[in-house]
Design a protein around this ligand. Structure first.
Ligand SMILES: NC(=O)c1ccc[n+]([C@@H]2O[C@H](COP(=O)([O-])OP(=O)(O)OC[C@H]3O[C@@H](n4cnc5c(N)ncnc54)[C@H](O)[C@@H]3O)[C@@H](O)[C@H]2O)c1
Length: 361
């Protein structure tokens, strides 16, 4: 499914050429190679790495990410991994450590950070319009047909998917929230399954309260049980009193930013389509994300050539993962999960996120 976005992105870059495609199902690899005019189709990562590569894109199911990333790192190949980096923190940390030890770059896809609207919200923080974000609100109320979960055996199980709406959909917006608001210090959460229990054992709905090392607070609600989908809204109120809202409706369309600041004209761009269909199929959602996959993949290719860090690293991805794992832990125990303080957690530094995991999660 999402490998198409990577193939579109690489095809758009002069500096990159796709030399091989790998799938444990060789027929799928061959079909993709034939459709995209790729010279090699293989069914093992070893055979892929033997082609002599600079970068591997990992677009496999969640729990398989680690083995592919470790094998690529051992071969000295830079890795661009789809979200979530892994389904548990120990696995994610092994991936970061292996890439560090091998001296290869590890990037993780959170392409919504490349929306112009998401960058605009970041600049409203950086230029002082919002000041330090003090109150955050994230609402991810989406629609999924039961067939979404029943089509692939790996979806909807704790072992293979690692979680439900938090792990698969909300993680993108949790990443944005921590990018804007900085390191998290405490999480209290609850999960439940309201609609898709026939097909999944994981949650289709979740809610959480988050405290940040800056003292800021935020709430999160996420579900795939909404019908129609109401899309995504991320609202940030800053220490200046100004509020910025980043919204995505219908799901998959570019984010829109609305700024409410005293003495300033209300800004709202771009405008949502007036008669948009709320429930969007997955192929169309993924298709609309291609330009942003392309931006992030371009950034990774350039970082690889220049020897610099990519915009979104494995460590960034671990921060998003540990927040959602803390929601699961809190839901399980009925108590808040407190994160150990990190040297990088500055009290007034939004965006200055923690570099490693707490022992408590
Ligand atoms: N960034 C985004 O917006 C976005 C959107 C959709 C999916 N994703 C992520 O992309 C990843 C893949 O999701 P998908 O929906 O494309 O999955 P998919 O099921 O459509 O494709 C996964 C493919 O991986 C193959 N595979 C399984 N194990 C393998 C292994 N060890 N080595 C090689 N191939 C293997 C399968 O045969 C299958 O063809 C997941 O991590 C998912 O969360 C990201």
């Amino acid at each position: 499914m999402i490998s198409r976005n990577h193939l579109e992105a690489f095809a758009a870059l002069d500096a990159a050429e796709v030399v091989g495609v790998c799938d444990v199902d060789l027929g799928r690899a061959q079909a993709t190679a034939s459709a995209w005019d790729i010279p090699n189709a293989v069914d093992s990562v070893a055979a892929l790495l033997a082609l002599g590569l600079d970068i591997v894109s990992v677009c496999t199911p969640h729990p398989t990410h680690e083995a592919v990333v470790l094998e690529a790192a051992r071969a000295g190949v830079n890795v661009l991994c789809e979200k979530p980096i892994a389904v548990d923190l120990a696995s994610a940390e092994r991936m970061v450590a292996a890439c560090d030890a091998a001296g290869v770059k590890l990037g993780v896809l959170f392409q919504r950070r490349f929306w112009p609207a998401a960058q605009r919200v970041r600049s409203l923080i950086d230029d002082g319009t919002l000041g330090t974000p003090v109150i955050g609100h994230v609402s991810v109320l989406l629609h999924r047909e039961p067939s979404y979960y029943s089509a692939d055996a790996w979806r909807g199980t704790w072992q293979n998917d690692g979680g439900g709406v938090l792990m698969t959909q909300a993680i993108h917006y949790i990443d944005l929230l921590q990018w804007y608001m900085g390191g998290v210090s405490e999480v209290y959460g609850a999960i439940n399954t309201f609609k898709h229990g026939e097909h999944i054992e994981v949650e289709d709905s979740a809610t959480a309260v988050l405290k940040f090392t800056s003292g800021a607070i935020a709430t999160l609600s996420a579900s795939t049980a909404a019908n129609p989908s109401v899309g995504v809204q991320i609202r940030l109120t800053g220490s200046t009193g100004a509020t910025a809202e980043l919204s995505e409706f219908p799901e998959g369309t570019d984010g829109r930013v609305t700024l409410m600041a005293s003495g300033q004209t209300v800004e709202s761009t771009p405008v949502h389509p007036p008669e948009a269909e709320a429930n969007v199929d997955l192929t169309s959602i993924n298709g609309q994300l291609v330009p942003h996959h392309t931006s992030q993949i371009r950034d990774f290719v350039e970082a690889q050539s220049a020897g610099t860090e990519p915009a979104i690293t494995g460590r960034d991805a671990n921060n998003a993962l540990r927040i959602l794992l803390a929601v699961y832990e809190s839901a399980r125990t009925g108590t808040p999960v407190r994160f150990a303080p990190f040297p990088s957690d500055g009290p007034t530094a939004p965006g200055d996120v923690a570099a490693s995991a707490p022992s408590s999660v």
